[in-house]
Design a protein around this ligand. Structure first.
Ligand SMILES: *[C@@H]1O[C@H](CO)[C@@H](O)[C@H](O)[C@H]1NC(C)=O
Ligand SMILES: *[C@@H]1O[C@H](CO)[C@@H](O)[C@H](O)[C@H]1NC(C)=O
Length: 984
């Protein structure tokens, strides 16, 4: 085989075989059945328990605030995972949900590999060290917008229908799942962080016309239990609130559902769906004896080839979405929420399925380059509130409607029932079609009787797209809020016998907060004067419009009022080491830190508070800590923090990094070579695989259209990446060829007869007018004189976009990839076909990348004609360009680097990008939308040499050129992350 094959096709390939109505629905009365920890399925050895209201850890109730993260989409390794998990924990996520990927784990049947980015145990270990709980989701099916939904490519060749109880199917997944369960078993709570294990994903149940599904589910659950998953509940993630596996055959310990209310059409980023006000009724009809759990809830949106880009997906699902939709979940009694995705990562290698491209940023709270977004900060406010408000876990939605206020545009849900008498009023716009602010007075119950609030000042307002959780009878320490129309607290804690609470509202909004039973007349107000306080009739009354931070202290109660944007800069790291590492108790000691871009964690030793965090600019650090704290260190270095009138310590943290100057690709030395020698006369394909199958096990809808031989790449062990065909026929009589080519949405192919370029075509995206094209039927005419009387060769090179997911369970992953049918026109037929794909097929040698680093460029050209920024292709074909460059990014920096392409939408050219042998991008100039390709630290060597290879494939006869490609940095952060080990 030619080494150029290696370049384009071998070296790089990852072995992936490798509103509802505006009137209030009646909320049924909630009568909790007698329940206690240890409820589920009579399992006395359970370490993680729940009753009908919440999960328990160590006999303490916990709101599980979880975020989805796929370590295999960040292959930089455990230190990179730690960085993401620390960021999640700092935002108040107490749990991470993880899909594992069977396909990358078992590229060849029986050849299981749990090393590197595939390691499940390494991920659990890092989560344990960080102190974040884990929801483990090993599949075997995961969907996840990944090729074949996480199935290995070889499963497309099995006769058995996938996800049934057929013996062949059961035998296929058993080794992977058994080993996954065994990796999880020692990490079950309390020995480790795992609190739930999910069986299957988004699965159907058996019906008379589709039998064997629930039976398969039983087999999956039994496998998990038999391999040691006995201490934590087994869950399922139902696509929508359909009640699947809440009851009946295959019933799991704990039912969960998923919801993506704003959908995935990022082209209309401001078009919202209505929130569902019927969710609590769904709960009562599906699983009233369990806590109401969203196994996945929209954290962002995927984006297809030709889509709008992740900036718009972020807009569709941004901080306002998070504010309104997540609070509606809490209003609906949800006590377990997993945000999919919280960090999306990258579909590097051949991870994607055809609806998604390389970036899996997902518009998530943490971006693909691991930087933080305003949505991250919005989530931080919510998670801290839930953590600090255990009463919400013993409250239920008791009434809802538009009758709580004097404005029918405001919909209120009341959660109550906690022994403390706390009430939670979740207010929102009645319809999401109204995007204008609304103002109102709210009727509430308080310990002093029914009140209409505000009593003294101006109305409560909701911005156009806003929801608030307002409280009454809210206990914090030995203090209480009678009510607060300031939006709810970020957190509270008791420090030095002083109860401290943080309240916030958007700038410009009026607040009114009343605290009863104030016995002292000592009142002090420091900081911003936008909010004022007075004591009247033993009540502390706070009014105003938050701007900056106001510190109010009355006796042993301290109230910090901030505008919402200031509140977003607050961090509340736990400093208590005596409680569990998972911080399940709301009363663990903590400090309040404001200012930095990120505060990862804090610890106290003697009089010193040690903070670890990141900066993206020079920042004023302010710390509220016990009076015993006299000094502060920032990432190990002492800082001069001076006491303030409001009892805090304050200093300036200098930002010293400069935006780095990155190498200019244009001025580097490049080598290049023709990457399609197959169309040269005399090319030897004798080592290629002979494609001589004539039948396939696939179901009727996936049979070939025409032609004697079956030409599906997967039938010959090539499950990902580019494939090449050479069809041989004799004689000069043929006039052309009919080809049916199938490669998924936005795939591409080019065909040559002997050395004559014939034709290229490509699919379109799933949202295009005709519903998207993943298969084309073309008639290609042989030009006069292109044939010889001897052996003629039709060469077809195909760039598929991944295997379909099996979302509907109808074996969609078996959709053919390659030539689906062919017919030689003008008489005669092909004598034989040869096929080649990724190097080694299922047995690719490099278990990490498939690239063999140090590949020799001997025989390549060099010089000016090899600079991809000045020379391209003057004909249809494929060329490879290679260079190397040094980076020397400062120690202690986190400077994400990306490759930035300029798109020419009218030019059909495609590229694959390889950094140090890892394929980290597929660019399609005609389709887009992705032009910025992050090269993650750890894959990129941030202090050393890097090897970059870019291919250029012109689908059109005139050829193609890059408009521009450059290295850019997407952020400059002074970071306390540990150094990522370069994975080589
Ligand atoms: C699968 O389940 C169906 C329905 O219960 C049953 O008839 C069949 O025997 C099962 N197949 C296997 C292989 O267990
Ligand atoms: C609003 O109506 C519901 C349903 O009739 C009722 O339960 C609730 O108490 C009413 N709320 C107020 C504040 O009147």
């Amino acid at each position: 085989m030619d080494r150029l094959r290696s370049l384009l096709f071998l070296l790089p390939l990852l072995q992936l075989s490798a509103a509802q109505s505006t009137t209030a629905p009646a909320v049924p009365a909630y009568t909790p059945p007698p329940g206690s920890p240890g409820f589920y399925h009579g399992n006395s050895s359970a370490a993680v328990t729940f009753d009908q209201q919440s999960l328990f850890l160590d006999n303490k109730r916990l709101f599980v605030f979880s975020g989805e993260f796929h370590p295999w989409r960040l292959p930089s390794g455990p230190e990179a995972w730690r960085d993401v998990l620390e960021k999640m924990k700092a935002a108040g996520f107490n749990s991470v949900s993880v899909y594992h990927h069977w396909g990358v784990t078992e590229p060849k049947q029986g050849d299981l590999n749990f090393g590197n980015f595939r390691s499940q145990g390494d991920f659990y270990q890092v989560a344990k060290e960080v102190g974040i709980l884990v929801m483990a989701r090993p599949g075997p099916y995961i969907n996840a917008e990944t090729t074949a939904g996480g199935f290995p490519g070889w499963t497309t060749n099995l006769a058995a229908k996938a996800r049934t109880n057929a013996t062949e199917w059961t035998n296929a997944w058993t080794p992977y799942l058994s080993n996954s369960a065994k990796a999880a078993t020692p990490f079950q709570y309390p020995a480790g962080p795992i609190i739930t294990v999910q069986a299957e994903n988004e699965f159907v149940v058996s019906t008379p016309s589709d039998p064997g599904r629930s039976e398969a589910m039983v087999l999956v659950e039994n496998n998990l239990r038999n391999n040691g998953i006995t201490k934590v509940p087994i869950t399922h993630n139902d696509p929508g609130t359909n009640g699947r596996y809440a009851h009946g055959l295959g019933m799991v310990d704990w039912y969960m559902w998923d919801g993506y209310p704003n959908g995935f059409l990022c082209a209309s980023p401001s078009q919202w769906s209505e929130v569902r006000s019927d969710l609590i009724q769904e709960h009562m009809s599906i699983d009233p004896a369990e806590p109401w759990a969203a196994g996945e809830f929209q954290g962002g949106s995927f984006d297809p080839w030709g889509g709008s880009g992740y900036q718009q997906c972020y807009q569709l699902t941004g901080e306002e979405f998070a504010n309104v939709f997540y609070k509606n979940n809490y209003a609906s009694g949800i006590v377990y929420q997993n945000l999919y995705m919280t960090f999306g990562g990258t579909n590097w290698g051949n991870l994607p399925e055809p609806t998604v491209y390389t970036s899996y940023d997902y518009g998530a709270p943490i971006k693909e380059d691991r930087t933080l977004t305003p949505k991250y900060s919005e989530i931080k406010l919510q998670s801290h509130f839930l953590h600090a408000s255990p009463d919400i876990l013993v409250s239920t939605p008791v009434a809802a409607g538009t009758n709580f206020t004097n404005n029918a545009n405001v919909y209120t849900t009341l959660l109550s029932g906690a022994p403390s008498g706390a009430n939670f009023y979740v207010v929102r716009q009645t319809t999401n079609t109204n995007t204008s602010p609304v103002s109102f007075k709210l009727n509430i119950n308080t310990a002093q009787g029914a009140l209409t609030v505000p009593q003294f000042g101006s109305n409560i307002t909701l911005a156009g797209r806003e929801s608030k959780i307002l409280v009454s009878n809210y206990q914090f320490g030995s203090s209480q809020l009678l009510y607060s129309t300031a939006e709810v607290n970020l957190t509270w804690f008791t420090m030095e016998k002083t109860d401290t609470i943080v309240l916030y509202a958007l700038p410009g909004q009026q607040i009114e907060v009343v605290l009863p039973n104030i016995t002292s007349n000592a009142l002090s107000t420091q900081g911003s004067s936008s909010v004022t306080a007075k004591i009247s009739n033993k009540s502390l009354i706070i009014t105003g419009s938050p701007s900056g931070t106001t510190f109010i202290k009355a006796g042993s109660t301290s109230i910090i009022v901030a505008d919402k944007f200031t509140a977003r800069t607050f961090w509340n790291p736990k400093v208590d080491t005596k409680t569990t590492p998972y911080d399940v108790a709301p009363d663990v000691a903590s400090v309040l830190v404001s200012g930095p871009y990120l505060v990862r964690n804090a610890s106290i030793s003697g009089p010193v508070l040690a903070l670890r965090g990141d900066l993206n600019e020079t920042t004023t650090l302010e710390v509220l800590a016990p009076a015993s704290i006299k000094g502060v260190t920032w990432n190990g270095a002492p800082v001069v923090a001076l006491p303030t009138a409001q009892g805090t310590l304050k200093c300036v943290l200098p930002f010293t990094l400069k935006k780095p100057t990155l190498p200019s690709l244009k001025s580097l030395q490049w080598a290049c070579t023709d990457s399609l020698p197959e169309v040269q006369p005399g090319f030897d394909d004798s080592t290629w695989v002979v494609a001589n199958k004539t039948t396939t096990n696939r179901p009727p809808q996936y049979q070939p259209f025409s032609g004697k031989f079956l030409l599906y790449a997967d039938e010959y062990g090539f499950h990902q990446g580019n494939t090449l065909y050479r069809g041989h026929f004799k004689g000069a009589n043929a006039t052309g060829v009919k080809l049916a080519v199938e490669g998924g949405f936005n795939f591409g192919y080019s065909a040559w007869i002997n050395s004559h370029f014939l034709f290229s075509n490509n699919g379109t995206n799933q949202y295009s007018a005709n519903g998207g094209t993943n298969q084309v039927n073309d008639t290609l005419t042989f030009p006069a004189g292109s044939l010889t009387s001897g052996d003629n060769i039709l060469t077809v090179v195909l760039d598929p976009t991944g295997l379909e997911e099996d979302f509907d369970g109808q074996d969609e992953h078996k959709t053919p990839r390659g030539i689906r049918g062919y017919e030689l026109l003008g008489g005669g037929d092909f004598d034989s076909w040869k096929i080649i794909g990724n190097f080694g097929g299922e047995s690719a040698p490099d278990k990490v990348r498939a690239h063999l680093p140090g590949f020799s460029t001997k025989g390549w050209s060099s010089g000016a004609s090899c600079n991809p920024l000045t020379t391209g292709l003057s004909a249809a074909g494929i060329k490879a360009f290679r260079t190397s460059f040094n980076l020397n990014l400062p120690v202690g920096s986190d400077i994400p680097v990306a490759l930035n392409f300029t798109r020419i939408p009218s030019s059909r050219h495609r590229s694959a990008i390889f950094i140090n042998g890892w394929q980290f991008g597929r660019f399609s100039s005609a389709d887009g939308p992705q032009t910025l390709f992050p090269l993650p630290d750890g894959i990129l060597n941030s202090r050393g040499n890097n090897e970059l290879l870019i291919t250029l494939w012109s689908l059109d006869a005139p050829g193609a050129e890059f408009a521009d490609v450059e290295l850019v940095s997407t952020a400059v952060v002074q970071s306390s992350k540990r150094r990522f080990q370069e994975v080589s």
